[in-house]
Design a protein around this ligand. Structure first.
Ligand code: GLN
Length: 519
């Protein structure tokens, strides 16, 4: 078994060497990352030294911690001391941070071994990893398809068996959506639950760091390690960290689960797609008729069906399942694509050739700034900076930025109303399964990937994606579980129940053959 739990328990018990575990994973990266391109940097030498010191600790009778010897991959927008941190941008090429992000420190203090830095859409702006300046990452299930984004490298690394755990960042869905497309688990914690000190800022009122893992238990373990108050991040919540793993076995009897109508289609849609599905019985006809509100289009029927099946499985396990309308989610995309670029335009002002990475010399400082930014940023990043600057400019501020903030308020209010009746909410994570490269080249089409994930970023609430069966072409589907602020425990209880009911997902073919596993 190559789960983080299994590795750490073997290494702590002295029955497996951290160095052997590491070589096993490095071997798979060596064999297959040429095809996948999950990594921008593989930190093999540093990892070998770290693994050796874990083994030395075990030999010396010391406990290296709950992640003893577990290889972990970090998204390349997390600062790692002395190791290139590029954000997959030409702008930061060659820059080496002088310090580790708090989450990097926390993972290594728990015994984890950094194995490398993973590819992303430039500065985390995108949903496919196609916007990386260093070329896209491929989905381990089908090399012709995207792994999702922006943390596509982290998701692909875990799905491909290059690391049992990875960290990513989620501003509008960048952990959950690639987790969904790669058939793994991804968590966006409550805003403030995990320190962002050392995360390169994109849109600061949304950015959160969270884990990727192959199962819910590993994701909960990693979440526990990285959670907690950090005085170095002023948005970090001074709340105690619950025992997340204890939530996994609790069972869903009596838990109230609301399927979000706007994001999960209607009975009408499903009839058009070939009649009732398994979930119908469990949800009950009365609940289906309650489906009020506008149903967003563009969410594929194969995905919706899996979500309703997962809801049905929860009902079978004793949960109280109904449909709930959260009307403001229909405006989420529009609000996010004004607020996030506005914040990005401010955050990215620092890349001007003076302090970080790239500098293109000019006749004077202004020309140096201009030439550096022109050469250093890719088209999507430039588009966001311009959009954000426009939305914030005098004369447009109220009409765009101000209005978007009011939508954010409405979203908060609508979620509060829904959570008065339900403990957790369900929806698809992504409106579709993994798509082909170039298929969503038009920015508006790409932005629509984030329809279901953005609402929880607007509200700051936790949300996660758990695999549940397959959709078109046998590709993985993810179910999104949302919970109110600091409600990670109920979210994980439901995630564990969905995982128990989920059909077994075949591993990517090459991962199977190289590990000798048979799925
Ligand atoms: N796809 C969204 C965007 O492009 C979300 C990105 C993210 O969560 N980092 O902004």
């Amino acid at each position: 078994m190559n789960t983080a739990h299994a590795i750490a328990s073997d290494v702590r018990a002295g029955t497996r060497r951290a160095t052997d575990v590491l070589e096993d994973f490095l071997g798979r990266i060596e064999a297959h990352d040429g095809d996948v391109h999950a990594f921008n940097t593989v930190t093999a030498d540093q990892a070998r030294a770290a693994a050796a010191s874990i083994d030395a600790a075990v030999d010396g009778g010391r406990d290296p911690g709950p992640l003893a010897g577990v290889p972990v991959a970090f998204k390349d927008n997390l600062c790692t001391r002395g190791v290139a941190t590029t954000c997959s941008s030409r702008m930061l090429e060659g820059w080496q941070p002088p310090y580790d992000a708090t989450v990097v420190q926390a993972m290594t203090a728990a015994g984890a071994v950094m194995i490398g830095k993973t590819n992303l859409d430039e500065f985390a702006m995108g949903s496919s990893t196609e916007h990386s300046a260093f070329g896209p990452t491929r989905n381990p299930y089908d090399f012709a398809r995207v792994p999702g984004g922006s943390s596509g490298g982290s998701a692909a690394a875990v799905a491909a068996g290059f690391a049992p755990l990875a960290l990513g960042s989620d501003t509008g869905g960048s952990i959950r959506q690639p987790a969904s497309l790669c058939g793994i688990v991804g968590i966006k914690p409550t805003y403030g639950r995990v320190s962002r000190y050392g995360l390169v800022a994109f849109a600061s009122s949304f950015d959160q760091i969270g884990p990727f893992a192959t199962d819910v238990a590993d994701a909960a373990l990693a979440l526990g390690v990285i959670s907690g108050h950090d005085p170095a991040d002023s948005t970090s919540i001074p709340a105690a960290v619950p025992d997340f793993e204890a939530a996994l076995g609790r069972g869903v009897e009596g838990l109230r689960v609301g399927v979000v109508s706007e994001l999960t289609g209607s009975g009408r849609n499903r009839a058009a797609n070939g009649g009732p599905v398994q979930g119908d019985t469990a949800l009950g006809n009365a609940a289906l008729e309650d489906a009020a509100g506008e149903v967003l289009d563009g969410i594929d029927a194969d995905v919706t069906e899996r979500v309703l099946e997962a809801a049905g499985a929860l009902a079978d396990a004793g949960a109280i399942v109904g449909r709930v309308s959260v009307p403001a989610v229909t405006y989420g995309l529009t609000a996010y694509y004004l607020i996030a670029p506005a914040e990005a335009s401010s955050n990215l002002a620092r890349y001007d050739g003076t302090r970080y990475g790239l500098r293109i010399e000019g006749a004077d400082v202004e020309e140096m700034n201009r030439l550096t930014r022109r050469a250093g940023f890719g088209d999507e990043v430039k588009a966001r900076i311009m959009l954000g600057t426009f939305a914030l400019s005098a004369g447009y501020y109220d009409a765009y930025y101000g209005k978007a903030q009011r939508v954010r308020m409405l979203t908060r209010r609508d979620f509060d109303a829904a959570y008065a009746d339900y403990d957790v909410l369900l929806s698809p994570t992504s409106p579709c399964v993994a798509f082909r490269f170039g298929e969503r080249a038009d920015p508006m089409t790409m932005y629509r990937c984030d329809t279901c994930t953005i609402p929880s970023n607007l509200s700051g609430d936790p949300a996660m994606s758990v695999p549940f069966g397959t959709g078109a072409e046998g590709l993985p589907v993810g179910v999104q579980i949302m919970a109110p602020a600091l409600g990670e425990e109920a979210m994980l209880t439901v995630a564990a129940a969905i995982e128990r009911a989920a059909p077994e997902l075949a591993a990517p073919r090459f991962a199977e053959s190289s590990t000798g596993g048979a799925a």
